[in-house]
Design a protein around this ligand. Structure first.
Ligand SMILES: NC(=O)c1ccc[n+]([C@@H]2O[C@H](COP(=O)([O-])OP(=O)(O)OC[C@H]3O[C@@H](n4cnc5c(N)ncnc54)[C@H](O)[C@@H]3O)[C@@H](O)[C@H]2O)c1
Length: 329
């Protein structure tokens, strides 16, 4: 049975949502996070929190023994596409070298399952719908580092006979319906930027590039709600353990929305006069990418609960309002 779970990056956006569901399912959660991009207020009070950089293999090993960890969910990493282009060494160090540090701590340990957060950015650009065997050709440094980490995980886990799950997330958006957690930092997430803009006096939504080869010229993404992503993690660790298998799985809804469609929905819900402006494309951005999620649906029994664009946008606006009120107190 899965009981004691170590979540690296558990003070971050996605890690805090995964922790919330694990705690609700009565699992013991140990969070390791150096708070480099995470937040104390996102740390679940029922989890054990250890402030630590994942590069500390020896300390990780001690923690794994102390808490008899059976499952690791490894999310700690650096993930801003543009920053990765500017500081490739930082990205290789944090996403590849430091993933290796975590893997080195697994030798002769109690760990049976290892789940990793990878990304749609590992796929070749221009393949509208991708499955897990589609061509891998990351365009960004970030994507390259995640693909290298995937390879390390496969190699180590096979050798150590640990079940691994590699989850390739598409674009994660939204906030927990609990109202307690959501996206804090402005890490250039589209929905975050739009949420912040909409609450300004004269809202202007910035659109990166309107000359892509897509229906309306803006990028197309498979946006997935963070609460659905969190539930997928819970179900996948149970399935890895029960079936004693390893899997690479796309995590998306299998449908896409263009950036312009998203902007229109923000405008509609804001009920204000909202203007759009076009700015230049961002380096490293893919034009369109949608997940084929057939393998995920075969592996776990899962039905998305938050997949309407209207719901995803509302969830972001509700969260943004809440934290802006807190900022003003
Ligand atoms: N947000 C997305 O849309 C998305 C999409 C695909 C993949 N991912 C992946 O999901 C994971 C989590 O993303 P997120 O959006 O929650 O980001 P986040 O920045 O909110 O969370 C990352 C967490 O890891 C911690 N961290 C970073 N480096 C660390 C280190 N060396 N040691 C210890 N802690 C460290 C940070 O403090 C932070 O709390 C990342 O690995 C990211 O690549 C995210």
């Amino acid at each position: 049975m899965i009981k004691n779970i170590l979540v690296t990056g558990g003070a971050g956006y996605i890690g805090s949502h995964i922790t919330e569901i694990l705690i609700n399912k009565k699992k013991n959660v140990i969070i390791v996070d150096d708070l480099s991009s995470g937040f104390k207020r996102l740390i679940n009070k029922k989890a054990v929190f250890i402030k630590l950089n994942i590069k500390e293999t020896k300390k990780l090993k001690k923690l794994i023994n102390k808490y008899r960890i059976d499952t690791i969910i490894h999310l700690a990493g650096s993930l801003i596409i543009e920053e990765g282009e500017k500081f490739p060494k930082k990205y290789f160090r944090n996403n590849v070298t430091h993933t290796k540090s975590v893997l080195l701590a697994l030798k002769n340990s109690s760990v049976k399952n290892f789940l990793f957060s990878s990304t749609a950015a590992v796929y070749k650009d221009g393949l509208l719908k991708v499955n897990e065997t589609s061509k891998l050709k990351p365009k960004s440094i970030y994507g390259k580092t995640k693909l290298q980490a995937e390879k390390l995980i496969k190699k180590f886990c096979k050798k150590l006979k640990i079940n691994y799950g590699i989850l390739r997330y598409f674009n994660v958006v939204g906030a927990s319906p609990s109202g307690k957690i959501g996206l804090m930092n402005k890490s250039d997430h589209l929905f975050k930027n739009f949420s912040l803009a909409v609450y300004k006096k004269k809202p202007v939504l910035q659109i990166y590039g309107t000359n892509y080869n897509t229906i309306d010229g803006t990028c197309i993404r498979d946006f997935i709600h963070v609460s659905d992503i969190a539930e997928i993690h819970y179900k996948v660790i149970l399935a890895l353990h029960k079936k004693n298998k390893s899997k690479i799985l796309n995590c998306g809804y299998g449908k896409g929305n263009s950036v312009l469609e998203v902007a229109e929905e923000f405008k509609r819900q804001s009920k204000k006069e909202v203007n759009f402006i076009t700015i230049s494309r961002r380096k490293g951005d893919l034009s369109k990418i949608i997940a084929s999620n057939n393998n995920l649906l075969k592996f776990i029994n899962w039905t998305p609960k938050h997949n309407k664009l209207e719901k995803m946008v509302r969830s972001c606006l509700t969260w943004e309002k809440k934290i802006s009120n807190l900022r003003n107190v």
